[in-house]
Each structure stands twice: as structure tokens, then as C-alpha cells.
Design a protein around this ligand. Structure first.
Ligand code: SF4
Length: 378
């Protein structure tokens, strides 16, 4: 039996063990996928633009959370030309809430490049796709295989986990060498017929059956080819990555409010509060600063020195916690009534109740709704 060689040798030897019955392995996974795949909006199209948008959204976002954003985004920007013609502010507005806003900025730049240099068509060549902003190996392989049936294997966290278990591979998968070996494995296992469907089947298996914790090996269509299952070590693979130690930050934000219900927002980065860029993602934000213990005094000082605002009273609002990658942020907002706003370059003064019409991060939205609730109950 092929499984005898699973425990030894290089990644290539382990893949060869699966190759002993490659056809059966591929048939089983495909049949399972066709019979029970989730009905997702981006699976109803072969349009590379739509597939590309879904792949970028799904990079850091769960499927269920991404679906409404995907539908809303495509309603507003139904073609790559529509996206390319939009103002960056608009694009960010439709991305607001998804986080990791560099994805939207890169998407927008890439759309402009596709329209300007490629007649509005997503490239068919892998190397050309890789040259687009924000398109890495995974995204290029996913879009080209699904949209054009190009023979490129995807390797993301889900696929890596499935392959690592099938091959009983130990160690940190994200280290350069194992990752490149997995890339080779994925390419060797790629079914030549409908490679896009094959890629999606592997990803689906990782997302729904071969999950990080408690894989459902009893319901797995490829358990008979899986070395980790045979060895009884599926749950302990892959090795848990050592996480970067969390960094705790406290950021105070000022919701200035004039008698007409308007507030002041600036482009994030104004005042350069360390850590705040991660929270506000270089979008419109309330003036904010990283603080120590005395948030109120430090924020008042910041408003004086940076914005020439003499804040007579700072009313504390409900604090909120945010985690952005390794940063654990405590957000301490204050409501500050003012008669008029200071003259500041690159600032806006929208109605607090209409702030969501601007490109703002979810942290800013959260502060705004807390402040609104406070003003309505006052
Ligand atoms: Fe994953 Fe278990 Fe299937 Fe192996 S048998 S691929 S560990 S779900």
C-alpha cells in the first residue's frame, strides 16, 4: 500500500505516494465538491473581474462576512472600467468595514492599470497578473485557473493545511522551504482538467471539512489517501505557529461637535499618533493620539498643540477594544462641544449623523455611533 512511504522522505516522495492513485484521489474530491459545494455568488461566474474581487475580499475576511460586501461592491462597480473611473474615496467607502484597506487601494490601482494598459481585460499570463498591485501568487493562480482554466495551483492556508495532513508534514508550514515544497505538491496534484474547479475543491475541503481544529475525517472524501488520518495525527497537524507577542495601545479620539451637529474629521496620520494608522487605515478619522494613563489630559494637550483647539470639556464616551493583527487597542473617545472648528488643511466637517457617507474605518463608525447615541440621550 502506498501509505507505507508517507512517514519518510521528502515532500516529493510523499506526493508520489498519493500519485500511486492520483486518479482515484482526484475523482473522489471532485465528486464530493460537485455534489455539495456551497452556493456562493462568485461561483456563478467565470468573469475574471468578479473572481478577482472575491479573491481579494476573501484574503482576510470570512465567506459569510464577505458576501454582502461583494454584492454591494459589484452593484456599485460592476466592471473593471467602473472601478477604474471611481474616485479612491468612493472605493474606500464601499470597502469600509472589511478592514485591511490596502487591499482596496491596490485593487483600485490595478483596475486603472488594467484599463490603461490592457484594454480593460484581466491578464491571461501568470507573470503579467503578478505585476498588478496587490496580486500575489495565490490570487494570480486563483483568478487565472477559475476564469481561464489556466493550470496554476493555488496555495493558501486552507490548501496548505489539507496537503500537510495528506502528506503528514510536520513543522511550520509558513517557513520558506516547507511553503515552497507545498507549492510544488499543489502543482503536482493539480488536476489538468478544469484546474479552477480542482483548486476550489481543495479550498472547500480545507474550509468545511479539514478545518484547523477538529477535522471531520469521518466525512472526508479523501481520508483513504490521507497519511495524517492513518497515523491518527490529523488534529496535531500542522504545527501551531508562534504568534508575535501582542502590543497593547491606548488611543484617545476627539469627537468635536458644533451646535449644528457637525463634527471634524482629518485624514488619518494627522498628528501621527503611533498605532493609530493601523486602527484608522489612513482614512477620514476623528483627531486621535496614543495616550498613557491620563487620556483626557493628553488628548486635550494634543488638540491644543496640533489643532489649536482649547477644549473646555471632554465628556468620556464608552471605550471599545479593537485587535488589529498583533495590536490590542483600547479606544477612548471623548465628546467635545465647540462653537466653531479650527481651520485645518485636509479636514472635513460632515454632520456626525452622516459620517458614514465618507470613507471611514469601522473604528471611526463605532465611535460616531457611540457619540450619536450620547447626543440623542442628552
Ligand atoms: Fe483532513 Fe482528515 Fe480528510 Fe485528512 S482525512 S484530509 S486530516 S479531513
Amino acid at each position: 500500500m502506498a501509505h507505507a512511504v508517507f512517514r519518510q522522505g521528502s515532500g516529493r516522495a510523499r506526493v508520489n505516494a498519493v500519485r500511486a492513485d492520483m486518479a482515484g484521489f482526484q475523482r473522489a474530491l471532485r465528486a464530493w465538491f460537485r455534489a455539495g459545494k456551497r452556493d456562493l455568488p462568485w461561483r456563478r461566474t467565470r468573469d475574471p473581474y468578479r473572481i478577482w474581487i472575491s479573491e481579494i475580499m476573501l484574503q482576510q475576511t470570512r465567506v459569510a462576512a464577505a458576501v454582502p460586501y461583494y454584492e454591494r461592491f459589484l452593484k456599485r462597480f460592476p466592471t473593471v472600467r467602473a472601478l477604474a473611473q471611481a474616485r479612491s474615496e468612493q472605493v474606500l467607502r464601499y470597502w469600509a468595514g472589511l478592514g485591511y484597506y490596502s487591499r482596496a487601494r491596490n485593487l483600485h490601482r490595478a483596475a486603472r492599470e488594467i484599463v490603461a494598459r490592457r484594454s480593460g481585460r484581466f491578464p491571461r499570463a501568470y507573470d503579467a497578473a503578478l505585476r498588478l498591485p496587490g496580486v500575489g501568487r495565490y490570487t494570480a493562480a486563483a483568478v487565472l485557473s477559475i476564469a481561464y482554466d489556466a493550470p496554476h495551483a493555488v496555495l493558501d492556508g486552507n490548501v496548505a493545511r489539507v496537503l500537510a495532513r495528506i502528506e503528514a508534514r510536520c513543522g511550520d508550514l509558513r517557513a520558506p522551504q516547507p511553503w515552497s515544497e507545498l507549492q510544488k505538491s499543489a502543482q503536482e496534484l493539480l488536476a489538468p482538467n478544469k484546474p479552477g474547479e480542482w483548486n476550489q475543491a481543495l479550498m472547500e475541503l480545507g474550509a468545511t471539512v479539514c478545518t484547523p481544529r477538529a477535522p471531520r475525517c469521518g466525512s472526508c472524501p479523501v481520508s483513504r489517501w490521507c497519511a495524517a488520518y492513518r497515523l491518527g495525527i490529523a488534529e496535531s497537524l500542522p504545527a501551531v505557529r508562534r504568534k508575535r507577542a501582542p502590543v497593547k495601545l491606548r488611543i484617545a479620539a476627539a469627537v468635536l461637535l458644533d451646535p449644528r451637529g457637525r463634527t471634524l474629521v482629518v485624514k488619518s496620520g494627522a498628528g501621527k499618533p503611533a498605532g493609530a494608522d493601523a486602527l484608522f487605515s489612513r482614512m477620514w478619522q476623528f483627531p486621535a493620539v496614543e495616550v498613557g494613563r491620563n487620556a483626557r489630559a493628553e488628548l486635550a494637550r494634543h488638540l491644543r498643540s496640533r489643532f489649536r483647539v482649547q477644549a473646555a470639556s471632554l465628556l468620556p464616551l464608552a471605550q471599545a477594544r479593537h485587535t488589529v493583527t498583533f495590536r490590542e487597542i483600547t479606544l477612548a473617545p471623548f465628546l467635545i462641544p465647540v462653537e466653531r472648528f479650527p481651520e485645518i488643511e485636509c479636514a472635513r466637517t460632515p454632520l456626525l449623523s452622516r459620517l458614514a457617507n465618507l470613507a471611514v474605518s469601522s473604528a471611526t463608525r463605532k465611535i460616531a455611533s457611540t457619540a450619536l447615541a450620547c447626543t440623542r440621550s442628552a
